[in-house]
Ligand binder design. Structure first.
Ligand code: AMP
Ligand code: MG
Length: 327
């Protein structure tokens, strides 16, 4: 039987990407481009413009890299939810345009869910507690009774956004996460507020306090080190409780902030102490990419999902709203 081929298209926020993935878990291509700024944060309309300008070129390159043509593709999947509305719209319009033009089956998927399911494609984890830390999201999740249940989450901004906001406050550009990680290597600990509320987390107050301390003359390096230690310790505490509660024996770190080595180290130490296995999505796949959208498209297509050409975006669909039909 011919191997299913899916063209995945990602474009929920800063990154526009296209990838060709097969039903036998082969990744044939992965092309992406990220909207960045020198200073200040992401401007949704500008990010959408970036996506519109580059989409044809990125999709063509993904097909070329895979050595395929539109004729060979069975499914077009795209990130339908959640994200920045202008970006979601640009991505959806392109996916519909191509599905119509080449008469392909269309599957719209949830970006966050795609991060979770592709974590099992990229690692050996099978039934983990998921630690999903991206720009906009911070959720501790486990699959229980066909839903990705959110056991704990941020009450305000995502961990990546918190780092980016702090970075903006001390004059770093977007994204700040990697720059903070670098500066933190030369830093010493300064006490900051610590806000874990049950299984939930709050980051905004800590960011404000750290930026205030910078204005009062505290060193950039020390604040970078301290904000990482504080925010990551809070997250590790909640993940430990989630492991205890669910009795799961694996933890899987996913999302853009998974690229941070100090965060992975803290989680790994905690997992070792609990005799749980720790997995992290390889750095090259931790950020937004279209492989995960392609793989999720295949899973849902195999479970019978098809979208029509009137499919709409949903900028706020939650992870636990999606029924896990593919298990
Ligand atoms: P995503 O939304 O999943 O693409 O993740 C993007 C977020 O990851 C941004 O907020 C970045 O600042 C953050 N990020 C990327 N690399 C790192 C890193 N090495 N350390 C901390 N945060 C990072
Ligand atoms: Mg993401």
């Amino acid at each position: 039987m011919k191997e299913l081929l899916c063209l995945g298209i990602e474009g929920t926020a800063h990154t526009f990407g296209a990838a060709v993935v097969t039903g036998k878990k082969r990744i044939l291509s992965d092309v992406r481009d990220m909207y960045t700024t020198e200073s200040g944060g992401i401007i949704p309309s500008e990010a959408a413009r970036h996506h519109k300008e580059l989409s044809n070129e990125i999709i063509e390159n993904a097909l070329r890299e895979a050595n395929k043509e539109f004729n060979d593709i069975d499914i077009i999947s795209f990130s339908r939810s959640p994200g920045l509305a202008p970006c979601l719209l640009a991505t959806k319009d392109k996916a519909i345009e191509l599905a119509k033009k080449y008469n392909k089956d269309l599957v719209g998927v949830n970006h966050a869910v795609s991060h979770l399911t592709s974590g099992l494609l990229f690692t050996e984890a099978r039934n983990p507690v998921y630690i999903y830390v991206s720009g906009a999201n911070t959720q501790i999740i486990a699959l229980i009774d066909k839903r990705f249940r959110i056991l704990g989450e941020t009450l305000d901004v995502g961990l990546g956004n918190a780092l980016d906001k702090f970075g903006r406050g001390i004059g770093l550009g977007f994204p700040s996460g990697p720059k903070i990680e670098e500066l933190a290597k030369d830093g010493k600990y300064i006490e900051l507020p610590y806000t874990v509320k049950g299984m939930d987390l709050a980051f905004s107050g800590i960011v404000t306090e750290a930026v205030n301390k910078y204005k009062k003359g505290f060193k950039k390096e020390d604040l970078c080190f301290s904000i990482q230690e504080t925010l990551f310790a809070m997250l590790t505490e909640v993940v430990e409780r989630a492991l205890a509660f669910t009795e799961k024996k694996e933890a899987l770190l996913i999302g853009g902030v998974a690229a941070n080595k100090r965060l992975a180290e803290m989680l790994e130490i905690m997992c070792k102490e609990r005799k749980a296995k720790f997995y992290s999505v390889p750095i090259k796949y931790s950020g937004d990419n279209a492989i995960m959208i392609g793989w999720q498209g295949i899973l849902e297509y195999n479970a019978g999902k098809r979208d029509n050409l009137n499919v709409d975006i949903d900028d706020s669909e939650r992870t636990d709203e999606v029924e896990v039909i593919w298990h």
